[in-house]
Design a protein around this ligand. Structure first.
Ligand SMILES: [Zn+2]
Length: 243
């Protein structure tokens, strides 16, 4: 009984908060909401959406630059449509020397679990004995532990290190691993995840490697014995685009 009341109170409070935000011009104009994740800064969020720190502070009535994990920020409509999932990837890649001739394949994976992000998978892979941590080069979030469609850059990309995402050692040396968060045997990748995946592969082939490299889903590789990236991952469609 008391639990129900508490839930009710929380619900009412939430409704009150949302009601309050709705009066804001920004939300009325159809803007998005960004849920603050670990490591987010106001300036980073502003950059990602192509807006400014002062615009974010104004629209969210913030008095300082301090934000908290799970805090929800209103993203001005204009900025929300500016969102560029490659922004961080481009910035981090600009700082490194890409071993262009080394990379000969791009392999798609699912994480096979509903939740997680680059950091949590990295921890798991390290516990499994991978000294370079996160086995993939990139992780694309589904909105639970990182943004929906957010592309996280792993240390193996910034360090131009071999992947640990397939069993075949020779292939790990030359294949870029991209993992989408989710279990696509059960659920489907989000629209934004697929959009970001396509943008990322287009950009890797078109601007970074400057050539078409082999594209494959993990299970399509001989001897791998896996269902990855899951039956709901649209491999067929993507092959039409990436060969
Ligand atoms: Zn896989």
């Amino acid at each position: 009984m008391s639990l129900t009341r508490r839930a009710f109170t929380r619900h009412t409070l939430l409704a009150a908060t949302v009601g309050l935000s709705l009066t804001s011009e920004a939300l009325a104009a159809g803007s998005g909401i960004h849920t603050v994740k670990r490591g987010d800064t106001l300036s980073g969020i502003a950059q990602r959406y192509g807006t400014t720190v002062s615009a974010l502070k104004r629209d969210n009535n913030l008095r300082s630059d301090l934000i908290q994990i799970d805090q929800q920020l209103i993203i001005p409509a204009q900025a929300a449509s500016n969102y560029d999932p490659l922004h961080t990837v481009r910035a981090e890649t600009a700082r490194i020397q890409v071993k262009r001739s080394n990379w000969k394949a791009i392999i798609a994976h699912h994480s096979a679990i509903k939740k997680g992000n680059a950091e949590s998978y990295g921890r798991t892979h390290r516990k499994r004995g991978m000294q370079n941590g996160l086995a993939y080069h990139f992780v694309i979030g589904n909105g639970i532990d990182s943004g929906d469609g957010q592309i996280e850059v792993g240390p193996r990309w910034t360090g131009q290190l071999q992947g640990g995402h397939v069993k075949n050692h020779q292939l790990n040396l030359v294949a870029i691993g991209i993992c989408l968060v989710g279990n696509f045997e059960i659920e489907r990748p989000t629209r934004k995840q697929l959009q970001s995946f396509t943008l990322l592969v287009d950009w890797l082939q078109g601007s970074v490697l400057r050539r078409k490299v082999r594209f494959a889903g993990h299970r399509e590789i001989k001897g791998e014995q896996t269902v990855c990236p899951g039956k709901n991952f649209p491999l067929k469609t993507l092959h039409r685009r990436f060969g």
